[in-house]
Design a protein around this ligand. Structure first.
Ligand SMILES: Nc1ncnc2c1ncn2[C@@H]1O[C@H](COP(=O)(O)OP(=O)(O)OP(=O)(O)O)[C@@H](O)[C@H]1O
Ligand SMILES: [Mg+2]
Length: 530
């Protein structure tokens, strides 16, 4: 109140959810989301079938894909999904792990809030725990640079339990070869790898074992006219985002046509412009055209007559990546076609028996493509997600040269060392660090549960092995035995675990400190229903 006048700071249609209600709603959201993905963790995790409103079906084991398809509306739920998305963007794997950590952090917070531990203390404890966890991770990391066997193991761990199972050895070799062949070594010895240099293309119809690693860039289209050359050597490439047809009016301007003759004249004029452009393409010595839009018959004919190869309706993503690989600039106005805009490649050729064109000897960085095959679209889509995870983890591992041991080994180690660290702290913050340590239990617990073993038995056995100094002891999810996971070859890039800890802990600390949600009208329903 100011001089007796109330100050209105919220609009009428804004609802406030305060104090413990806001916290409860947020905790509930985190737990529900983690619950939705936890059964997919590990090699014996199950898949989820997701059905979109239109009836499209996706079957997947991939954490971030499940969360995407769930179309969560709860505001905090969205923040939690962002953790999985960040995980996917930054490191490409571990999205289920990050979400499970998030759920565990919020469940631990719930128990502490009930004990009247202040949110600030919880958040501070989590932050201290996170810093310590990252330190432990660095200490426990295995350093191995340029070690192909380690890269194979990382790829194998990442694809294990995904659809690839039957042909994983072949796929793992393809993935490691793909990444190592596009990696560029800097002067300081470090590697630089661009995800865009490895293209994944899928094809329905053949067997999964027919997966191939091919040099260059693949486009799942072929030339527009059979009369065009099937193979182009020393290609000079124009990448066009403009249409080479007049059928749909491309500009917003209006024209007034009052007679059939005028219409014809107008069409003729437009056609003439296109022919001129086709002439211009030829004059620049271009022998291959990749067009994002359509190419009119007359233009196709014109190009064909001049021995120019052309593909139409190339997707925007493909066109951008192709332009990058061949060093072309995408042309969106006829007058922009210049020598600088033209890209180069050694060879363009249509592949045998399939509608795919391969572009090799790219001018810019080296590009390789992985062609995946399988019996149905649903299947190849999931295969692609698995291979993508594999590519990303090999990239992470090659860039850092740091590895941790999976199968719950590193998680048990983190849990025990963090517990020891908590004991060195005084006051209530000790409880928050202990709680932070416990979140790492969620990995052995979930792996055990998903494999049909008793969580408590396995956790006790794991702790005993680690206490006896066996830092690589983990759970063999096929036999239930506690074994040396390093020996078993279950290796992960350190960066994946690091990112999962970092983003889940930071987001949890943020959310815990929220005690007031101000929801505009639409958001009110979202916060109530998930
Ligand atoms: N052979 C194995 N034995 C035991 N544990 C394994 C084995 N292979 C992988 N794991 C463990 O499984 C977990 C990874 O499971 P999964 O790939 O399903 O989830 P994620 O990587 O967290 O998320 P996503 O792959 O969905 O992004 C890791 O903790 C890893 O150590
Ligand atoms: Mg994974």
């Amino acid at each position: 109140m100011l001089a007796g006048q109330p100050i209105i700071i919220l609009r009428d249609n804004v609802e406030r959810v305060g104090g413990s209600e806001a916290q409860k709603s947020n905790i509930m959201a985190a737990k529900a989301i983690a619950e939705a993905v936890r059964t997919t963790l590990g090699p014996r995790g199950m898949d989820k079938m997701l059905v979109a409103p239109g009836g499209d079906v996706v079957i997947t084991n991939d954490g971030v894909t499940i969360l995407h398809e769930m179309k969560v509306e709860h505001p905090t739920g969205k923040l939690i999904i962002e953790v999985a998305e960040t995980q996917d963007e930054e490191v490409g794997d571990g999205t289920t792990t990050a979400t499970i950590f998030m759920g565990a952090l919020m469940a631990e917070a719930e128990a502490m809030l009930e004990k009247k531990i202040h949110p600030t203390i919880i958040a501070n404890g989590y932050r201290l725990g996170m810093v310590k966890a990252l330190e432990i991770l660095e200490n426990e990391a295995i350093i191995a640079t340029e070690d192909r066997e380690m890269l194979r193991k990382v790829a194998l761990t990442s694809v294990t339990g995904k659809t690839i199972e039957d042909v994983k050895d072949k796929i793992v070799d393809i993935v490691v070869d793909a990444v190592t062949s596009v990696a560029r070594k800097g002067e300081d010895g470090s590697y630089e790898i661009d995800e865009d240099d490895v293209i994944i293309k899928t094809m329905v119809g053949d067997q999964m074992s027919d997966a191939e690693l091919l040099d260059g860039f693949l486009i799942d289209k072929t030339r527009v006219q059979y009369g065009m050359p099937k193979v182009v050597e020393n290609a000079r490439i124009a990448c066009l985002s403009l249409a080479l047809e007049t059928a749909k009016t491309q500009t917003k301007s209006k024209i007034k046509i009052t007679s059939a003759e005028q219409m014809e004249a107008f069409n003729e004029q437009e056609q003439e412009k296109l022919r001129e452009f086709a002439e211009n393409i030829k004059a620049h010595g271009v022998n291959a055209v990749f067009c994002q839009k359509g190419i009119a018959d007359s233009v196709q004919y014109h190009l064909m007559k001049n021995g120019i190869f052309a593909i139409q309706d190339v997707t925007e993503t493909d066109l951008k990546r192709l332009a990058r690989s061949v060093g072309a600039t995408i042309v969106n106005k006829p007058e922009d076609l210049s020598e600088d805009a033209i890209g180069e490649a050694g060879r363009i050729a249509e592949m045998k028996d399939i509608t795919i064109t391969q572009i090799t000897g790219c001018k810019n960085p080296r590009t390789v493509s992985i062609l995946l095959k399988g019996g149905s679209q649903i299947f190849v889509d999931e295969l692609e997600r698995g291979v993508y995870d594999g590519i990303r983890v090999v990239m992470d591992a090659l860039e850092d040269g740091k590895f941790v041991v999976g199968g719950a080994a590193i998680d048990t180690e983190l849990m025990m060392q963090l517990q020891a660290y908590a004991a060195t702290q005084e006051g209530r913050i000790q409880l928050a660090i202990e709680a932070f340590a416990r979140i790492f239990e969620s990995i052995p617990n979930t792996l055990a549960e998903n494999s049909g073993y008793d969580q408590i038995d396995k956790l006790v056995a794991l702790k005993a092995a680690h206490a006896a100094g066996n830092k690589h002891a983990g759970l063999n999810v096929y036999t239930g035995e506690i074994v040396d996971m390093y020996e078993a070859g279950v290796i992960e890039p350190m960066r994946v675990k690091k990112q999962a800890i970092l983003s889940s802990a930071e987001t949890a600390s943020l959310i815990i400190r929220v005690d007031d949600m101000m929801l505009s009208k639409n958001a009110q329903q979202m916060a109530r229903g998930m």
